[in-house]
Design a protein around this ligand. Structure first.
Ligand code: PSU
Ligand code: MN
Length: 303
């Protein structure tokens, strides 16, 4: 299997320039068109402005792309019926020559194959509320324990059971590092009310820890939880009834497995009249900036 590098990513690899992986499920299943493509472009531009090179990852017609050109990104963002690919689906999508967007788990796998050590996204999957009945725990969590990529996200969404998500990450031995504060952030808001297990205040420290994990022979990555900028956050108390309502609808309609996260994100977007999307865009851009800074520090340590 060949990896298909975009010209920009190929040049960066040859030059040893810092790279930041970006996922594509956020484009196909996480945001509506056309904001999805606009945001993906802005995220890429943000990584470039911060001095690194973006590599958006997706499977197009059975080929694993590391970096998409403008036309490919646009096509993916408009396409219907794109598969949502996690660890379990990646090889099947390639074998069947289909098109799929990579989740956090699948993007980590592809990034590692491509030698990319940092990945910026919005939110990771986690333990869903009611997981004691549904057993719905995202494969993202186990991937963090197996694949050596540092993932920058804005914490875990309040659609999840955040305490259980932190417990599973602890069980799996995944470092969870809040950036610049003690509290674990909650995606649309800065504070989940729970302390993060670790705190770091600079990209340099995060990069050092990433490199040292490799030296210690530890498998798995790090989760960097970067709080949404204060100006963009939505008050958690304001969102709570909306989230509860969306979860109730999902249960009533029998939404399960892969469909749960996209369904909840779409309903919360509708119920907040788009405010959740604005916050989501702001936090992804913020994560792209930090991801670039960490990639630059890692490249410095490797170089
Ligand atoms: N969180 C978001 N937007 C997203 C996702 C998470 O704010 O689009 C996507 C990511 O790709 C993540 C996936 O890996 O949802 C998790 O899905 P699941 O809960 O089915 O594992
Ligand atoms: Mn799930």
């Amino acid at each position: 299997m060949d990896l298909i590098f975009s010209p920009e990513v190929r040049a960066a690899r040859e030059a040893g320039a810092p790279l930041v992986a970006l996922e594509s499920t956020i484009i196909t299943h996480g945001m509506p068109w056309p904001q999805n493509v606009e945001t993906a472009r802005r995220v890429e531009a943000t990584v470039r402005d911060a001095g690194a090179v973006p590599a958006t990852i997706a499977v197009l017609a059975g080929q694993l792309h590391i970096g998409l050109d403008a036309a490919e990104l646009d096509q993916l963002g408009r396409a219907e019926g794109v598969l949502k690919l996690s660890r379990a689906d990646l090889a099947a999508c390639l074998a069947q020559r289909r098109t799929g967007a990579t989740t956090v788990a699948a993007t980590m796998i592809a990034a590692r194959l491509a030698g990319i050590e940092v990945f910026a996204t919005g939110g990771i999957g986690g333990v869903h509320r009611g997981a004691e009945r549904s057993f719905d725990i995202s494969a993202d969590l186990r991937e963090l324990s197996e694949t050596a990529v540092t993932v920058v996200a804005a914490g875990a969404k309040a659609i999840l059971d955040v305490p259980k998500t932190l417990e599973v990450l602890e069980t799996l031995g995944v470092p969870v590092i809040a950036y610049g504060q003690d509290a674990f952030p909650a995606f649309w808001s800065r504070n989940s009310g729970l302390p993060a297990p670790l705190r770091m205040d600079s990209a340099a420290e995060i990069a050092s820890a990433h490199v040292l994990r490799g030296r210690l022979g530890l498998a798995g990555g790090q989760l960097v939880a970067n709080p949404i900028p204060a100006a963009d956050e939505i008050d958690a108390a304001q969102l709570a009834p909306i989230i509860a309502h969306a979860i109730g609808e999902a249960e009533a309609q029998g939404i399960a497995a892969k469909s749960v996260t996209p369904f909840l994100l779409q309903r919360i977007f509708e119920l907040t009249e788009g405010r959740s999307l604005e916050a989501n865009i702001a936090l992804v851009l913020n994560n792209a900036r930090l991801g670039a800074a960490i990639a630059i520090e890692i490249a410095r340590r490797r170089g």
